[in-house]
Design a binder for this molecule. Structure first.
Ligand SMILES: Cc1ncc(C[n+]2csc(CCOP(=O)(O)OP(=O)(O)O)c2C)c(N)n1
Ligand SMILES: [Mg+2]
Length: 494
């Protein structure tokens, strides 16, 4: 049998040859050959190797890094529950189309179901959330396995996304030789192969363009070309230009007149926008990463590129202009939005603040992310740190419960110097739930216990125990702190 180390060295080197430059490792015994091989490449400066304790937060860190680099990153775990801890980030990556390679170390297959230590059914553990699970022992050809994995992750067959490579390591689990650098060749990225489809659609006079998460600037180009109102979410990548409207305010009056919608990306934030699709005909331009959006199962057509025939009227466009929301939360998100420059990234957590941003932030071409694949409040601190590993300054705008959910993600160990501000809109609990009908029906105390769950955590102590600079402020004074460098936690009290 081929040795564990030979397989690991060739496999890791081949990933490098295929352009994979960011590796993540959570320590364990079964994965030691992969750890040693990755470290050998890192020692030569060929790859970045980040070592984290907690696989769950490592998953989101890697997700952020993959978002920033738009190329697969590799994650190495040991066997057992370590693998399962990647699941939340894998689900988000699946739905948002983020490429990741999950190198999960395992014992030989013959030991499954026999009570062997730290051994479970790892193949299939992520079900349909991975593009494939390649289950191999160390007699397989590591180069072929690596090529197949990277091809699938970049989206050569479907959308980009996570791929699991489950590697059965038998003892001896590692050796000093061979060195992974022996198998290194020129590193170049695999390109995604695709054959774009096109659809021409006659533009109605009462049409709008809806740009959800991941829509990209193409949605903006479309709205400009077709002279249509643009309803663009903060993380759409299309929230700029003259066609953008403060649409949430306008919708009450104009929704019933809309008879045609062009959908880009994954719109999820506002029910009034989604309701437009119930009543109008709609066409979907398939996003590069997210799954094509069709929750009402009545899209009139899908294509990689929709070409508008004709243009909307200026009168229709003008009717969509409205005033932005004014509130302390609006002040908070607007200040961050205004401070964002070309070399910055803004990340919104999945809760009330991104919805407020949708109602108020001005047209501006900025780099914005939000985990809208599954809209979890988990992993947001880690995702911000992963984005920052790409070299830009990152500001994450999140709720207080969202912070606490990923408190262990604050661990700076192994991260070096990053520029990251976590700006917490602190309203002590889940403000978003106040919109639920239950808020009116249940006794206030029950509603608090079951939904808002107010917290009294000492956030200052939390930040300091992880070595973050802590600032307590309010929306009116927030702008004074947005240039602070290093690891900064801004507790913005609402
Ligand atoms: C992993 C996960 N668990 C639970 C939820 C449901 N959820 C959505 S928002 C929210 C509360 C968020 O509170 P906070 O972060 O303080 O934001 P706020 O709405 O107060 O601004 C919860 C529990 C979720 N989206 N993801
Ligand atoms: Mg809150």
């Amino acid at each position: 049998m081929t040795s564990s180390q030979l397989f690991a060295s060739q496999f890791v080197a081949q990933l490098y040859n295929l352009g994979v430059k960011s590796f993540y490792l959570a320590p364990g015994a079964r994965s030691q050959a992969l750890a040693i091989a990755a470290n050998q490449l890192a020692a030569q400066g060929l790859i970045d190797l980040t070592v984290r304790l907690d696989e769950r937060s490592m998953g989101f860190l890697a997700l952020g890094r993959a978002l920033a680099s738009e190329y697969p990153v590799a994650l190495i775990t040991t066997s057992g529950t370590a693998v399962a801890n990647l699941h939340p980030a894998v689900l988000e990556a699946h739905h948002a189309g983020v490429p990741m390679l999950l190198l999960t170390a395992d014992r030989p297959a013959k030991l499954r179901g026999r009570g062997a230590n730290q051994t479970t059914e790892q193949p299939g553990i992520f079900a349909g959330a991975v593009r494939d699970c390649i289950d191999v022992d160390t007699d397989s050809d590591p180069r072929k396995v690596a090529i197949r994995a990277v091809e699938l992750a970049v989206g050569s067959e479907q959308r980009p996304g996570p791929v699991q490579i489950n590697i059965q390591f038998a003892e001896p689990l590692s050796a000093a030789e061979p060195d992974a650098n022996e198998f290194v060749a020129k590193s170049s990225r695999l390109q995604r192969q695709n054959h774009p489809s096109e659809l021409q659609v006659k533009v109605s006079q009462n049409a709008v363009v809806v740009a959800g998460a991941g829509a990209g600037a193409i949605a903006n180009d479309f709205a400009q070309t077709a002279n249509l109102p643009l309803l663009a979410e903060p993380s759409s990548g299309a929230r700029f230009g003259s066609a953008l409207t403060n649409y949430i305010r306008s919708l009450g009056e104009l929704a019933s007149e809309v008879d045609q919608v062009f959908v880009f990306g994954k719109p999820t934030l506002s029910r009034p926008v989604l309701n437009l699709l119930r009543n109008a005909e709609y066409f979907v331009q398939k996003p590069e990463h997210y799954e094509p959006f069709d929750v009402f199962a009545k899209a009139q057509g899908f294509a990689d590129r929709i070409v508008p025939l004709g243009r909307g009227s200026d009168q229709w466009l003008e009717r969509w202009q409205a005033e932005a929301e004014l509130s302390p939360r609006a002040e908070l998100v607007s200040k961050v939005w205004e401070a964002t420059e070309a070399q910055d990234i803004t990340l919104f957590g999945a809760s009330e603040l991104i919805r407020v941003a949708e109602r108020c932030v001005k047209p501006k071409r900025v780099e914005v992310y939000a985990s809208r694949g599954l809209a979890g409040i988990d992993g947001s601190v880690s995702t911000a740190l992963g984005l920052a590993q790409g070299g830009k300054r990152v500001r994450a705008v999140i709720g207080d419960l969202t912070l606490l959910h990923d408190a262990s993600g604050l661990n700076r160990t192994g991260l070096g110097d990053l520029q990251v501000q976590v700006i917490v809109g602190n309203d002590s609990g889940g403000a978003i739930f106040s919109h639920l009908e239950m808020a009116e029906i249940l006794p206030a105390k029950d509603f608090e216990n079951l939904f808002t769950t107010p917290q009294q955590v000492d956030i200052e102590a939390l930040a300091k125990s992880y070595g973050w600079h802590y600032i307590r402020t309010n929306p009116a004074e927030l702008d004074q702190h947005l240039d602070r460098v290093g690891f900064v936690l801004i507790d913005c009290v609402l």
